[in-house]
Design a protein around this ligand. Structure first.
Ligand SMILES: *Cc1c(COP(=O)(O)O)cnc(C)c1O
Length: 560
């Protein structure tokens, strides 16, 4: 590269690649959990001073701008943003061969400053440059947009383009961390270059993030040939004995030397999906400072100084904080959320009644309608001890089941009327997530096990003292102390037990609502224990320490 490299880039020796990254609400190159996690990990890596560079796509048209009409139908539109407002372009253009011509790739640099003062570079790859034809310029337009070929072109930009950019910058990368199979073309390019699969594996780490088949891309070999050319396609074909399809997860598994799932349970499930591979577990975590509401952060500053530099300090919160202060901070977050709901929707929620929140990608396996499976009984419970429900989440434009779910939730909200206030907030994003995970009283999670690989929004809630009410799946299997830091819906072993829908109503009626209304002291004790027992363990800091020690071969100081 001409000129001097920013110091943060010059020292980078570990590259983290993800198709999406959620750093700021307005940098709309993210869709949900995977991207927000990458953002949290980048912040934690900056705090820890790890010599890393994060790479993702600039996707200028964002993911989906969600609006919902009177019938509860989601309408999708592009959600454009301008990288120039958030990042600076590096004075280089890499290029990769895609569909027989050279596609030029620019990289936008955004630097993150960690608590320790060290800076961490994030590079966003962008094909919208003058030298490219219209099709090439569109590759980094819409995140997860278009058809299979479009997706493969995006993955070529991330994997092959990512490597080309790092090479052009002259960085000596000794570990490439692939998140999902999306970047699996990168080690394939390394293999073509070095010819030694063992050496490639030594430098590559792979994290799989979902057991859902749709989350694992497969491309027809003919399409692979057309997009990345014969040389690389031959290399891939050799690895899989001339298979007609290229499975990106299997490609990543074949060319990486250290593989993990994102919770203990998910690692177990992954072992069954891909026998013969050693699968480690690194449970996800969230950036504890980013997700703490200002009112709660204030309280942490007073009770557990040092918590910003190290999440483990939060272990002391439950003995250090007074009940009155905890409740006051919580109510401040709750009122801010309720004000926001009013200004967005005109609905008036009552701060003196319990508020249950549920915000997820709207897709059938997350079962957003589980709470409403027995409406008559639910309304009876609400008559006795009133509560309110806040919902949010986008459906992928092609997810008909997810869209039907949103329509059904609107129908249910309408039919419950004033008996049970249910509000759906359109346009779930990072900013809204921040308000929701701090301002609700209860955070509901009802996936069909074992499909929720980890889940992270519950961790954000936990750190704000918002109590999780969740099916035992993903992280909650590791974190739940039933009746002490939240509640579990159902139990793992007893197949003859009632369904999750009835179990949930039972819990609401007998434990959750009675505790809120009749035993506020116990509720607050649970809030405090939620912070202390879950905050340190499910922090991005802990997760990045695990990756550094186990997968990157990078020592991080204890404490920190
Ligand atoms: C945290 C977060 C998610 C992921 O939450 P899950 O619990 O894993 O579903 C998705 N979207 C946004 C905006 C988030 O902040």
């Amino acid at each position: 590269m001409t000129g001097r490299l920013p110091a943060s880039l010059a020292r980078a020796s570990i590259a983290f690649l993800s198709m999406e990254i959620g750093l700021e609400s307005g940098m709309r190159c993210y869709s949900g959990g995977l991207g927000v996690l990458a953002g949290d990990f980048a912040l934690a890596a900056a705090d820890l001073g790890l010599p890393m560079v994060f790479l993702s796509l600039a996707c200028r048209d964002g993911y989906v701008r969600q609006t919902i009409d009177g019938q509860g139908h989601q309408h999708d539109a592009p959600d454009p943003w301008d990288p120039a407002e958030w990042a600076t372009p590096l004075p280089i253009e890499a290029s990769v061969a895609i569909e027989g011509r050279e596609v030029r790739i620019r990289a936008w640099l955004r630097e993150i400053e960690g608590t320790s003062g060290s800076r961490l570079p994030v590079l966003l790859l962008d094909t919208d440059v003058e030298a490219n034809d219209a099709d090439a310029r569109a590759i980094t337009s819409r995140l997860y947009g278009g058809d299979q070929d479009f997706r493969l072109r995006q993955e070529a930009v991330l994997g092959l383009g990512g490597k080309a950019v790092l090479d052009l910058l002259g960085l000596e990368i000794r570990r490439y961390h692939l998140n999902e199979g999306h970047a699996a073309l990168l080690p394939l390019a390394l293999l073509a270059e070095r010819g030694d699969a063992e050496a490639v594996r030594e430098s590559a780490v792979f994290t799989t993030h979902t057991p859902i088949p749709a989350g694992h891309d497969r491309f027809a070999m003919s399409a692979v040939r057309a997009v990345i050319g014969d040389v690389l396609a031959d290399e891939a074909a050799r690895l899989f004995d001339g298979a007609r399809e290229l499975d990106m997860t299997r490609l990543a598994l074949a060319l990486t030397g250290w593989v993990n799932g994102v919770s203990q349970k998910h690692a177990e499930v992954t072992r069954l999906m891909f026998p013969g591979h050693e699968i480690h577990a690194v449970t996800n975590g969230v950036h504890h400072v980013r997700w703490t509401h200002p009112a709660i952060a204030d309280l942490f500053d007073r009770t557990t100084p040092g918590w910003r530099a190290g999440a483990s300090a939060l272990a002391g919160f439950e003995t250090a904080a007074g009940d009155v202060d905890v409740w006051a901070a919580h109510m401040e977050a709750k009122r801010a959320l309720i004000d926001d709901v009013r200004s967005r929707t005109g609905h008036d929620l009552d701060p003196d009644r319990p508020l249950i929140g549920f915000a997820r990608r709207m897709t059938p396996y997350k079962r957003a309608d589980l709470l409403f499976g027995h409406l008559v009984r639910l309304l009876k419970i609400a008559e006795n001890r009133p509560f309110q429900v806040l919902l949010a989440g986008k459906a992928h434009p092609h997810d008909k089941g997810g869209k039907a779910l949103i329509a059904r939730l609107h129908e249910i909200a309408h039919s419950c009327g004033a008996h049970l206030p249910i509000v759906f907030l359109p346009g779930y994003d990072i900013e809204m997530a921040g308000r929701l995970v701090a301002g609700c009283d209860v955070w509901l999670n009802t996936p069909e096990p074992p499909l929720e690989a980890s889940g992270t929004s519950g961790m954000k809630a936990a750190i704000n003292g918002v109590l999780n009410l969740s099916v035992l799946d993903g992280w909650w299997l590791e974190g739940c102390e039933h009746g002490r830091n939240g509640w579990c819906i159902g139990n793992e072993r007893d197949a003859a037990a009632p369904g999750h829908d009835e179990w949930l109503l039972e819990l609401l009626e007998r434990e959750v609502l009675p505790t809120w209304y009749d035993d506020r002291t116990r509720w607050i004790a649970m809030m405090k224990h939620s912070v202390s027992s879950l905050g340190p363990r499910f922090s991005a800091e802990r997760a990045m320490r695990d990756y550094a020690g186990q997968a990157y071969g990078e020592a991080v100081e204890v404490g920190g």
